[in-house]
Design a protein around this ligand. Structure first.
Ligand code: HEC
Length: 105
């Protein structure tokens, strides 16, 4: 009897797990979109720049992360990005890099 209850519980938990994963993923995606939206004023919607600021869409992930880290550390001189980059954690920079690399130029 106990075994049957345990099995029932285990399968109920398995059925619930994917739903949680989907919710967590959706929240993460929304958070990254929100962060990326703050870049749009200068870098264009989804990083497709229409002006003189360099576009971010389709930027190589490794290059993106390196530039952000260099801005943060003051290794790359900048007019504005050195200040902005300081507001993001390494994990957030990583997420932004993945997001922009996936955008079409
Ligand atoms: C106020 C305008 C502005 C905003 C907002 C802004 N940027 Fe920038 N970004 C610039 C400018 C200007 C440059 C060129 C370097 C400089 O002068 O700071 C640049 C350069 C960059 C570069 C280097 C591009 C290359 O090709 O070398 C990256 C990466 C970058 N920005 C990422 C971001 C991200 C991510 C955000 C949003 C979190 C963001 N920027 C928001 C103005 C902006």
């Amino acid at each position: 009897m106990k075994l049957i209850i345990r099995l029932g519980l285990a399968s109920a938990m398995l059925a619930v797990a994917p739903a949680w994963l989907v919710v967590a993923h959706a929240q993460e995606t929304t958070a990254v979109r929100g962060m990326a939206a703050t870049c749009a004023n200068c870098h264009g919607t989804d990083g497709r720049s229409a002006g003189s600021v360099p576009g971010l869409a389709g930027t190589d992930k490794g290059y993106f992360v390196q530039q952000m880290q260099d801005f943060k550390a003051g290794k790359r001189s900048a007019t504005i990005m050195h200040q902005l980059a300081k507001g993001f954690s390494d994990a957030q920079i990583e997420q932004l890099a993945v997001y922009f690399a996936a955008q079409k130029k």
